[in-house]
Design a protein around this ligand. Structure first.
Ligand SMILES: [Zn+2]
Length: 411
């Protein structure tokens, strides 16, 4: 009930606003955030006195105040030293085709999620009937896990989220059909379970990767053990879902992942739920020390657990325990998340021309990552969808200028 109340409040404010439609005289609304501690998601050091200028759904400028040029018609929000960052990205979730979850993620500061496994027909139905809204996280989806008959996850979890292929030609055809249909990216599985489960042949997996790459998109591979990682690398995948959790990651394997420029999405929250996260945490440490690229993902709803919805603080704390520095963790949840979503040219960093997806938090997450749990503002696609600073803002509040809403309360 708390949730519904706060969303209604947010919308109540927004409904007083005119919808800022571009016109010959005024153009889209320009919003300037000033007095910000600015972390742009590229990994560059924070800017102490930062400014972000947003016009419509795009970032016009993000950088130091002294080089900024704030248009005269801009509505200015002074952030009083709060920290502005790119909207966060959870690069491994399930049940993402769910309006309520997407809304909770967006309110929590996670403006994009990547769903790595869902039934094809249900995803297709959702895509057909769903109109994206700034009040909900952007959904990037893989559709089903592509495997072979009797392979993971059909054994042991059943085939609800799986698609079994029977030959190289079938693998190619099914991959094409998924990308013609509801999938943005593809997911394949390699879990041999010590030789007990069949997996895609190298030729089948390569055929799927080739289809994806020819169409300008990416392939994520489910892995559980270092031997699975080798199969995934042989296939040429773009990222690995799940850090190895039962065996120490050999440095030769870690180095090969690094050399191939393959990203790793550790899902430590999953391993904490299934068993213990400590081997996976140790392996993440080894991978990061080897120079590996990490994208934050939790595996939300991928197992029977109490999952954290919204800002993934549990995952963030485990990543810190693996020795990742606050800036590395932030980059994993912003720029690197955008990379594995195949959206690195649109989202993930605060740079001119990119989509205006950003969050404001109380405090400095570089000094204390817990600041990320204090989100006070969320802007998604240029729309202010949450602003908890209103009550304490010393400036007179002029709601008619603050953000805009384009559709009714999500159901
Ligand atoms: Zn998963």
């Amino acid at each position: 009930m708390r949730l519904i109340g706060s969303v209604a409040l947010c919308l109540g404010l927004a409904l007083q606003l005119p919808v800022p439609v571009a016109s010959e005289t005024s153009g889209p609304t320009v919003l300037a955030l000033t007095g910000a501690h600015l972390i742009d998601g590229t990994g560059a050091a924070a800017v102490e006195d930062g400014v972000v200028v947003i016009r419509g759904d795009r970032i016009l400028y993000a950088g130091p105040a002294q080089s900024s040029d704030i248009p005269a018609n801009a509505f200015v929000i002074h952030l009083d030293g709060r920290t502005v960052l790119p909207g966060f990205i959870n690069s491994h979730v399930h049940l993402g085709a769910n309006i309520w979850y997407l809304q909770e993620w967006a309110r929590g500061g996670v403006t994009t999620v990547r769903d790595l496994g869902y039934a094809t027909d249900r995803l297709a139905r959702f895509r057909e009937n769903y109109r994206p809204s700034p009040y909900r996280a952007r959904l990037v989806a893989a559709g089903p896990l592509i495997t072979v008959p009797g392979g993971y996850p059909i054994v042991p979890f059943g085939g609800a989220w799986a698609l079994a292929v029977h030959s190289i030609a079938d693998a190619r055809q099914q991959a094409e059909a998924l990308l013609d249909g509801p999938a943005d990216i593809l997911k394949i599985t390699f879990e041999e379970a010590g030789g007990q489960l069949p997996t895609l042949s190298n030729a089948e997996a390569q055929a799927i990767v080739q289809v994806a790459h020819d169409r300008g998109t990416v392939v994520s591979a489910h892995v559980a053990a270092p031997s699975d990682v080798t199969l995934a690398l042989n296939a040429g995948v773009d990222d690995l879902a799940h850090m190895a959790w039962r065996e120490i990651l050999p440095s030769t394997v870690a180095q090969r992942v690094v050399r191939n420029g393959v990203y790793w999405v550790p899902t430590l929250e999953l391993w904490a739920c299934v068993d213990s996260p400590w081997i996976a945490i140790n392996n993440l440490r080894r991978f990061v020390n080897a120079g590996g690229f990490v994208a934050l993902g939790t595996d939300f709803a991928g197992y029977t657990c109490d999952w954290e919805l919204g800002m993934p603080m549990t995952e963030i704390r485990y990543m810190r325990q693996a020795g990742m520095m606050p800036m590395q963790i932030i980059v994993s949840a912003t720029r690197n998340g955008a990379k594995v979503c195949n959206l690195e040219h649109e989202i993930g960093t605060l740079e001119a021309g990119k989509m205006a997806d950003l969050i404001v938090v109380d405090g400095d997450p570089i000094a204390d990552l817990e600041a990320l749990s204090s989100v006070v503002m969320v802007i998604h696609g240029g729309h202010v969808i949450r602003n908890d600073m209103i009550a304490t803002d010393p400036q007179p509040f002029e709601p008619r200028h603050l953000g805009h809403v384009s559709e009714p309360l999500p159901r």
